[in-house]
Design a protein around this ligand. Structure first.
Ligand SMILES: *Cc1c(COP(=O)(O)O)cnc(C)c1O
Length: 221
């Protein structure tokens, strides 16, 4: 199936939900992104390496909305700060503070999501739900004037057990609703769902699904 047909199929599957598609183009060449842009009118793309994103941003049309979805090292923020539209993967307060500094230098306010771990796998990255509550209770977010934390991102366990995936997304979605109603009224974005589970995520209230391999195939380089 062509890239265009894959994207149109996903959009159709997302109809009736709140979710929009972020086409994850990491490891795929600029030509594949250009094809999605030209043939399917896709404008929102996600990348997980800062230098790869910088190179693609330079090579491709300037009306693309670039999202960063991978682990971001503080020494790489400078490559994406001038133009990135949303950073999904803020996994420490230190990183958020560094993004804030770079955003200030660029005269920008950068939208960010806090990455929350919901999967059973051990991970070095991301916040627990109680970490997020503490950040707000201790007023750590508001003083950072050049970032706007607009919601949460999460990844389900890599498993075929759809019940488990659904429960994990449900947990994050419930927490998102709680946060919005009790301490973060500005929350508007809930990023969850990938190639294998985006329909479950959309049914559980995702507003952004991040789909890569289903659109572009497995990594090219
Ligand atoms: C690679 C990646 C995706 C896309 O995964 P696919 O399974 O290829 O759709 C989504 N989110 C993050 C954080 C990723 O690193």
């Amino acid at each position: 199936m062509a890239i265009k047909d894959r994207i149109e199929e996903i959009r159709k599957n997302l109809q009736g939900s709140k979710a929009q598609l972020v086409a994850v183009s990491k490891y795929h060449p600029a030509s594949a992104i250009q094809e999605a842009y030209d043939t399917a009118g896709q404008r929102v793309f996600g990348e997980s390496h800062a230098l790869e994103l910088r190179d693609k941003h330079e090579a491709l049309p300037k009306d693309i909305e670039w999202h960063f979805i991978g682990h971001l090292q503080t020494n790489k923020i400078k490559y994406i700060a001038p133009y990135v539209a949303l950073i999904h993967s803020v996994d420490s307060l230190n990183l958020l503070a560094e993004i804030d500094k770079h955003a200030k230098k660029c005269g920008r306010i950068i939208d960010c999501l806090l990455e929350v771990h919901i999967a059973e796998e051990e991970t070095k990255y991301g916040f627990s739900m109680s970490d997020v509550r503490s950040l707000y209770a201790e007023n750590k977010i508001k003083p950072l004037e050049n970032v706007r934390v607009v919601g949460l991102m999460g990844m389900a366990t890599a498993t075929d057990d759809e019940t488990q995936i659904k429960e994990e997304f449900h947990t994050l979605s419930s927490f998102f609703v709680e946060a919005k109603s009790s301490f973060a009224p500005e929350f508007e974005t809930l990023s969850m769902g990938m190639s294998g589970d985006y329909m479950i995520a959309a049914a559980e209230g995702s507003t952004l699904v991040r789909v890569g391999s289903y659109i572009f195939g497995n990594r090219v380089y």
